[in-house]
Design a protein around this ligand. Structure first.
Ligand SMILES: [Mg+2]
Length: 168
C-alpha cells in the first residue's frame, strides 16, 4: 500500500484562514516573520481548533480513505510549539482513532521527517509540495475551491480514492 500523508492546516481544518483573520483583527502583519511566529506560539490552540470549521467534511473523508484500505494514511503537520502539537493530536484523536499523527517542527522539512519517495503528500502549501516532489514523492495540492495548477489538485479528500496511480 502506498503511503499517504495529509497536511492539517488548510486541508483538514480551516486554521489558516481563521488565524490570518485573527492577525488582521489584531493588527499583526502576517508577513512579519517574528510577529507571526510570536502569534502562533502564543495562540490558544485547543480553543482555536474547537472554534475552527473542518474543511469539506475532512474527518469523515479521511475515515473513508482509511476504511478503503487503499493507502497507509498519516497526518503530517508542521507545528511551532509543543502545545500546538499536543492540541492537534488531542483534537484529531477525537475524530480518528486509528491514524498515525506526525507533528513536524516548523524548522524542519516534512521530507526530512518521513520518507517521501513514492508517497503522496496532500498539502495546501506549494513550498512543501515542491520539496516533496524533489525528494521523489507525489504532490497533491489541496484547495478549498477548484483551481488549476501544475500539481494534481483536489478540493475534497475523497478524490484521493479516485486518483489513478498511473497519473501518479
Ligand atoms: Mg497547510
Amino acid at each position: 500500500m502506498r503511503n499517504l500523508y495529509i497536511d492539517f492546516d488548510g486541508v483538514i481544518s480551516d486554521t489558516i484562514d481563521v488565524t490570518y483573520q485573527m492577525m488582521k483583527d489584531q493588527g499583526i502583519d502576517r508577513l512579519d516573520v517574528a510577529a507571526s511566529s510570536k502569534f502562533y506560539r502564543e495562540l490558544d490552540w485547543p480553543t482555536l481548533l474547537e472554534q475552527t470549521p473542518l474543511i469539506n467534511n475532512s474527518m469523515e473523508k479521511i475515515q473513508k480513505i482509511i476504511d478503503s484500505n487503499r493507502y497507509n494514511v498519516a497526518i503530517l503537520t508542521h507545528v511551532i510549539s509543543l502545545d500546538e502539537a499536543v492540541a492537534k493530536i488531542k483534537y484529531i484523536r477525537k475524530f480518528l482513532k486509528e491514524i498515525t499523527i506526525i507533528p513536524v517542527p516548523k524548522k524542519v522539512s516534512k521530507t526530512e521527517t518521513v520518507c517521501a519517495k513514492d508517497a503522496i503528500l496532500v498539502d495546501d502549501y506549494k513550498g512543501n509540495l515542491s520539496e516533496w516532489e524533489a525528494a521523489g514523492g507525489i504532490g497533491v495540492r489541496f484547495y478549498k475551491t477548484k483551481k488549476e495548477t501544475k500539481y494534481i489538485d483536489i478540493t475534497d479528500l475523497e478524490e484521493l480514492l479516485a486518483l489513478s496511480i498511473d497519473k501518479c
